[in-house]
Write a protein that binds this ligand. Structure first.
Ligand SMILES: NC(=O)c1ccc[n+]([C@@H]2O[C@H](COP(=O)([O-])OP(=O)(O)OC[C@H]3O[C@@H](n4cnc5c(N)ncnc54)[C@H](O)[C@@H]3O)[C@@H](O)[C@H]2O)c1
Length: 258
């Protein structure tokens, strides 16, 4: 994985909290030098300091700021070998007919356009060097119907954008993949569970009978970021504890329990 014995650099956008922060810790433990970027600059700094990495405040939806951050990260930390995009905003459950268009646009802007912006800024540099790996975090909401109109559409867009960029940049030695987590036990989701906002525990609906741990998503991300996945591009790796395959069992009373 390492380039000439030194730590390869990974930039993690949205690395200040949740899955992104776990990705930063796991990648550091596996020998990467991590640059952490997040709109929550304090959180990015906190994660970066513990990993002896580079942290910065960054709004992924701001193209000029992302371009500037890519330039700064490469100047201070070195050429970015892997980009991980974990930044996203979420939506409340509302009937589609009551969803404000402004809210739809805000979610699409951060989750989908932001992913494009980050992929462009770091991908251009990877293409110039003839190597690199991008991992965009999508979601099971990308391919399943649920009451999250804008969020689901944004994540479906992320998967499709990933496939398009993989086709476009493959000959330049740049791979682009997605990871789609199911319900993952990050502090934000734990708070939701505690507040009773879920009608039932998400783990009830998976084949494995439990939710996903952030580290399990991070393992998939690090695999796709590293040369261990050197022939894999344009794919969407689902890490959902078997949520997708268990869905069709509902009409038979749910998956078999032991
Ligand atoms: N946790 C889950 O159950 C779950 C399930 C499926 C997909 N995902 C996806 O995993 C990724 C991480 O989610 P999470 O659950 O860890 O959430 P989280 O809220 O803990 O982390 C998201 C991070 O993105 C940052 N962010 C938000 N807007 C930003 C912006 N404009 N610019 C830069 N950073 C921004 C936040 O500050 C935060 O640090 C997201 O892409 C999410 O859609 C999560």
């Amino acid at each position: 994985m390492s380039e000439s014995g030194s730590r390869p650099v990974a930039a993690v956008v949205g690395g200040g909290n949740g899955i992104g922060a776990t990705v930063c810790r796991l990648m550091h433990a596996r020998g990467w030098r991590v640059a952490v970027a997040d709109i929550d600059g304090e959180a990015a700094g906190r994660v970066a300091r513990k990993l002896d990495g580079f942290g910065c405040a960054l709004d992924i939806a701001d193209e000029a700021a992302v371009e500037e951050a890519a330039e700064r990260i490469e100047r201070e930390a070195g050429p970015v070998a892997a980009l991980v995009v974990s930044a996203a905003v979420f939506q409340d459950i509302v009937p589609a007919e009551d969803l404000p268009v402004d809210e739809w646009e805000r979610i699409l802007r951060v989750n989908l356009t932001g992913t494009l912006i980050a992929n462009k800024a770091f991908g251009r540099r990877m293409v110039g060097r003839g190597r690199g790996s991008v991992v965009n975090i999508a979601s099971i909401a990308a391919f399943s119907s649920m009451p999250a109109q804008a969020y689901g559409a944004s994540k479906a867009g992320v998967v499709h954008l990933t496939r398009n960029l993989a086709g476009e940049w493959g000959h330049a030695g740049v791979r682009v993949n997605a990871v789609s987590p199911g319900s993952t036990l990050v502090p934000r989701v734990e708070a939701r569970l505690d507040s009773g906002r879920y009608a039932a525990h998400p783990g009830e609906f998976t084949a494995l009978g439990r939710m996903v741990e952030p580290n399990e998503v991070a393992e998939a991300v690090e695999f796709l970021a590293s040369d261990r996945s050197s022939a894999i591009t344009g794919q969407n790796l689902v890490v959902d504890a078997g949520w997708e395959i268990a869905a069709t069992w509902a009409q038979f009373g749910g998956v078999r329990k032991f």
